[in-house]
Design a protein. Sequence first.
Length: 293
Amino acid sequence: MKLFRGWQGAEAAADRASAPAGPDNGPVIALVDEHTTTDVEALEWAAAEAAARGSELRIVYAFRFPRLLDPVGNPTVDLQSRESAEDVVTVAVRRARRIAPDLPIRTHVFPGRQVTALVTEAREGDRALVVLGHGRRSRLERTLTRRLARGTTASLAAIGLSKHGAVGPSAGRVVVGVDGNGGPPAVLGFAFRAARRRGTGLTVVHAAASSRRRSVEDAVQIWRMAYPEVDVQWDFTRGPIDSAVLAESPAAALTVLGADRHGWLRRVVRGSASYNVLRLARGPVVMVGTGTV
């Protein structure tokens, strides 16, 4: 969390005001449940990310409710279940406040499925970032990525368990993987802004033999002009790009991946470099959604 705290307050607000509209300007949405140890890391990361952006944190709790009817026969929610849900959210708010005391926080207690709750919240917040903890990847990622791609502009962050003190060529840097199918403007813009907020450099991983290499290099150069303080390094790989990005992810401050508007759903279903990294990386990973640059 230390990488974020220096940007809280007025500096974060100024950065947000001066930056062009992009896929990282919306609210940060974090899912919590009664088993707080499952989501502590993701919640704290989400609070720090929202504070660094100068945006709002939205805490979502979805619970299965008993099937009850009110006196006139309409479905209703048991008051005790509702109160227990509110208690979970209250604990989560307190934990987020430890990371960023002045952070704007909104809560949503949703009687129903977790995926439905997250998608509903993402639709209400343009260019939102939905954050999942490591323990939820196998259960929610595939369904959630499909639902987010179909009807929202949201990005998805999966917060993994990186090794303490992990080292590597890109230790502490933001790593962005561009595989020729993603949308470089949105992805690179997200990555450059993330590196700037963290006060670190950016490593661009790209296929050495890609026919789009020149266009990607030109796009990177444009963003370097916008953010000259961000040190840029290249990693041209001749092997699978997902393997190269995965090798960097445990030591990276953040790994950023692309998902173009028309191909994201198809590639998630069939498997792709981006989805492999999202599923396997042991560090924070963001798959950028369809928000404009």
